[in-house]
Design a protein around this ligand. Structure first.
Ligand SMILES: [Zn+2]
Length: 411
C-alpha cells in the first residue's frame, strides 16, 4: 500500500462527480485539507483525515510519499487528439493565415490529404517513434489518458497502420478512435462510395484485431452529410464501437443533433450550434467537447460554452492536437483560452479537463476524480490550483502519479 501524506490540499472533484460534471461550482472541486490518500494496486483504497488512518492499515504501508506544500488533484485527460501523423503543414498555415479557406486548401490537395501522403510514406516504426514523442509531451504536462484518432491513412493499409501504432504506445492510457471518415480520398467518387469502402473493408479488420474503441466522422459541407453518416455510424455501433462526431465546426450541418439521436459519447467542436442544439445536447448524455486552441489557430468563433454550461450540458476541453488546424499540445494554453475566450470559470475548466473529458471517453467510472475505487492517477501542483490555466509559459504542475510511481515533470 502507498500513502500520499501531508498534502496542502487535495481536490477530489467528488462534488463534480455527484453532479455528473454538470453545473460545476467552485465547491464541486471538493478541496480537502489535512487529508491523506491510500493506494493499493493502482487504485484509491481510502481517502480521509490523515490523523484517522486506521492503525491496522499502517503496517501494510510499503511506501510513503510526501505531498508537502503541494495540491493533489486528478491528472488531465486529453479526449480529442490526432496525435498519430507524419509531416508538418507549415505552408498551409501561411496559406490560411493569408486568407485561403479550409475548404479551399482541401480542394487544392492540401489539408488532410497532404498529411495522408506523408503518413503513407512513413514506416510503422518511424510513425510509432514520432507519436510516442508527442505522447511524452502530453505526459510532461500532467496528462494520464489520451484519446488518439486515426484519419490520415484513409485506406485499409494506412488506417490500420495508424491504429496499430496507437496500440503500441506506452506510459499513459490510450483510447483509440477510428476516423477513416476524416476526408474523402481522391480515388473515390463520392462520400457514399468511400463510406461503403470503409464499412466493407476496414470495419471488419478493426473488429477482428480489436483496433479501435470508437468511430468518429467529420460531418461538414464538402465532407460527410448527416444522412450518409447515420448508417455508417450505426454500423460501427453494431461492431462494438462507441460513436463520436466532429460536429458543427464550420457550419451548422446537423452533427450535434445526430450525436444526440445516436447516443454518441461526444459531439466535438460544436461552434455553430444554436439554442435548439444547445438545449438538446444539455438534456442528453452526450458530452460537448470544446477545442479552443484549434479555434484560435483557425481564427474562427469559439463554441458557446457559457450557454452550454448554463443550460446544464456537460463539457470537456481538449487541444485537438493535429498537424493542420492545431499544431500545439499546450494544455495550459487550452485551459487559458477556455477562461479568456469562452468565459469558463477556473473550476469549470478543471472539471472539463478531468472528469468531463473522462465522460467523453466513457472512463468516468474509473478516472476523472479522486474517489475510493477509482484509478490512482493524479498530479501535484505547486502552491495553489489557482495557478492553473493562468500562464502560457509557466505551469504549476510539478509531478504526476501514475502506475504506482511519482514522476517529476518538466517545469
Ligand atoms: Zn479533431
Amino acid at each position: 500500500m502507498i500513502l500520499i501524506k501531508d498534502a496542502k490540499q487535495i481536490l477530489t472533484l467528488e462534488g463534480a462527480a455527484k453532479k455528473g460534471a454538470r453545473h460545476t461550482l467552485d465547491q464541486d472541486l471538493t478541496a480537502l485539507t489535512g487529508h491523506a490518500i491510500l493506494i493499493e494496486k493502482n487504485k484509491i483504497k481510502w481517502i480521509g483525515p490523515q490523523k484517522e488512518i486506521p492503525k491496522t492499515v499502517f503496517k501494510k504501508i510499503k511506501k510513503e510519499i510526501s505531498a508537502k506544500n503541494k495540491v493533489v488533484m486528478p491528472a488531465f485527460t486529453e479526449c480529442h487528439t490526432h496525435t498519430v501523423f507524419a509531416g508538418e503543414r507549415y505552408t498551409e498555415f501561411e496559406m490560411r493565415n493569408t486568407g485561403v479557406s479550409y475548404q479551399e486548401i482541401a480542394a487544392r490537395g492540401g489539408g488532410i490529404l497532404s498529411s495522408r501522403k506523408a503518413l503513407a510514406a512513413t514506416s510503422k516504426a518511424d510513425l510509432l517513434k514520432l507519436t510516442q514523442k508527442r505522447v511524452d509531451k502530453f505526459i510532461q504536462q500532467g496528462v494520464a489518458t489520451i484519446e488518439i484518432k486515426s484519419g490520415y491513412g484513409l485506406d485499409l493499409e494506412n488506417e490500420i497502420k495508424s491504429l496499430e501504432v496507437v496500440k503500441k504506445l506506452k506510459s499513459a492510457n490510450f483510447v483509440k478512435t477510428f476516423l477513416g471518415a476524416h476526408a474523402i480520398p481522391k480515388e473515390f467518387g463520392s462520400a457514399k462510395e468511400y463510406l461503403a469502402y470503409l464499412s466493407e473493408f476496414i470495419y471488419p479488420e478493426i473488429k477482428r484485431k480489436k483496433l479501435a474503441d470508437r468511430v468518429d466522422i467529420f460531418i461538414e459541407k464538402g465532407f460527410f452529410s448527416v444522412e450518409e453518416s447515420r448508417s455508417y455510424l450505426e454500423l460501427g455501433k453494431k461492431i462494438g464501437l462507441d460513436i463520436v462526431i466532429h460536429a458543427d465546426q464550420l457550419s451548422l450541418s446537423g452533427g450535434t443533433e445526430l450525436a444526440v439521436q445516436l447516443g454518441a459519447l461526444s459531439a466535438d467542436h460544436i461552434i455553430q450550434i444554436q439554442d435548439k442544439e444547445i438545449k438538446n445536447l444539455a438534456q442528453s448524455e452526450v458530452t460537448g467537447v470544446l477545442l479552443p486552441l484549434a479555434d484560435l489557430y483557425m481564427k474562427c468563433a469559439y463554441p458557446p460554452a457559457r450557454k452550454l454550461i448554463d443550460a446544464g450540458a456537460r463539457v470537456a476541453v481538449s487541444t485537438d492536437f493535429n498537424p493542420g488546424s492545431c499544431p500545439s499540445q499546450d494544455v495550459q494554453m487550452t485551459g487559458l483560452l477556455a477562461r479568456l475566450e469562452m468565459k469558463m470559470t477556473l473550476a469549470e475548466v478543471i472539471v472539463a479537463y478531468t472528469l468531463g473529458a473522462s465522460y467523453a471517453l466513457k472512463r468516468q467510472a474509473t478516472e476523472g476524480s479522486l474517489e475510493v475505487g477509482k484509478s490512482a492517477q493524479f498530479i501535484f501542483l505547486e502552491d495553489s490550483y489557482a495557478g492553473l490555466f493562468y500562464s502560457s509559459t509557466e505551469t504549476c504542475v510539478t509531478h504526476r502519479f501514475f502506475d504506482e510511481t511519482l514522476e517529476k515533470l518538466v517545469k
